[in-house]
Design a protein around this ligand. Structure first.
Ligand code: PEP
Ligand code: MN
Length: 343
């Protein structure tokens, strides 16, 4: 597949962007504008042969017009060699630092969520995770508190100052969840739900896109492209393990996906050592591996009382586990040229 991308010059005006879009639409093409922190990119959809005659390169504000052969262009590193930083409620995820995201798998009660947030913060976490809408494999399992859970998260954010990362499972809920969340999480089971991806691409909130448990890295990046194509380039990729023949862990953490994705895409990549292994004893070792391999952060389950957790208790950290997690996230990132978690 061949595609065309117009890269606007830094500082190009809205009028200049609009002029490019109008010229493309005039020949029956479609243009998708993505405004990044550094520059605006316009992805073109339509008959590539037509675009050549438009002389887009000569238009004011246009930096470059490039033909791309990868099936993802906006998230590709080809024409965006510098790595991106994504800001989540003011907290950066990206090169030069290591971000610890932690919290309960599911929001259960105000007390449980606050306790988990305090445990997370004490370990160096700067972002709070917690699901109010849970994509459970079984329809009989706890499905989450819904909007009541979002309200709890917002209260805990007010109390702790930690911006919140929370999952949205249905395109119809995107505006509601975005009204509370600082970052919208797309889970592995929805990683190729294209309508949902387009819906989160249309709101002005950063997105954490988990890798589908059976998705290749290319499919994962094309899923990210669905979000970017709708105008939202604030995407963080999350490797959370893939299905393999191995039975001793819930999924197999594909640690090589981190440097592979970094080589192909400018988006930050974080690792979920909790959902990949599904086992408490593996969370800290996998976190160390994630740091060593160059991940931009980890997202970890913690719970004040894992034995009573309504979701994923066996993988939640508690007590001394948190001290080990904190030590890893403080001491190891500087060895690979990053600031410690929390800095
Ligand atoms: C989660 O992070 O709560 C979750 C459900 O993860 P995943 O989609 O990776 O299974
Ligand atoms: Mn979970």
């Amino acid at each position: 597949m061949r595609a065309v991308v117009v890269v606007m010059a830094p500082g190009a005006s809205t009028a200049q962007v609009n002029a490019v879009v109008e010229r493309i639409e005039a020949v029956g093409g479609e243009a998708f504008v993505s405004r990044g922190v550094e520059r605006t990119i316009i992805g073109l959809v339509g008959d590539v042969a037509h675009f050549g005659s438009l002389n887009l390169r000569a238009m004011p504000g246009v930096g470059d017009v490039v033909r791309v052969s990868t099936p993802y262009k906006l998230v590709s590193r080809d024409h965006h060699p510098e790595m991106s930083t994504v800001l989540v409620g003011g907290v950066p995820i990206g090169p030069g630092r290591f971000t610890l995201i932690a919290g309960p798998c599911a929001v259960e009660t105000p007390e449980q969520t606050l306790a988990a947030a305090q445990m997370a913060k004490a370990a160096g976490a700067t972002l709070l995770r917690g699901g109010a809408y849970k994509p459970r494999t079984s329809p009989y399992a706890f499905q989450g508190l819904g909007e009541a859970g979002l309200r709890i998260l917002a209260d805990v954010r007010a109390e702790t100052g930690m911006p919140i990362v929370t999952e949205v499972v249905d395109a119809h809920d995107v505006d509601l969840v975005a009204g509370y969340a600082d970052m919208l999480q797309i889970g592995t089971r929805n990683a190729q739900n294209f309508g949902l991806l387009q819906a989160v691409g249309s709101v002005n909130k950063p997105v954490m896109l988990k890798r589908g448990m059976t998705a290749t890295i290319e499919e994962w990046l094309m899923a990210a492209e669905y979000v970017a194509q709708r105008g939202n380039l604030d995407i963080v990729l999350c490797e959370r393990g893939i299905r393999t023949f191995e039975q001793s862990t819930r999924n197999t953490l594909d640690i090589s996906a981190v440097p592979v994705a970094h080589a192909l895409s400018h988006l930050p990549v974080v690792v979920d050592p909790s959902h990949s292994g599904g086992r408490r004893d593996l969370v800290v070792p996998l976190t160390r591996a994630a740091i060593a391999v160059g991940a931009d952060g980890v997202i970890v389950d913690v719970h004040p009382e894992p034995a009573a957790a309504l979701c994923d208790g066996p993988q939640a950290l508690v007590g001394d586990d948190l001290l080990e997690l904190a030590a890893a996230c403080r001491d190891l990132p500087p060895a690979v040229g990053r600031l410690p978690a929390g800095r």
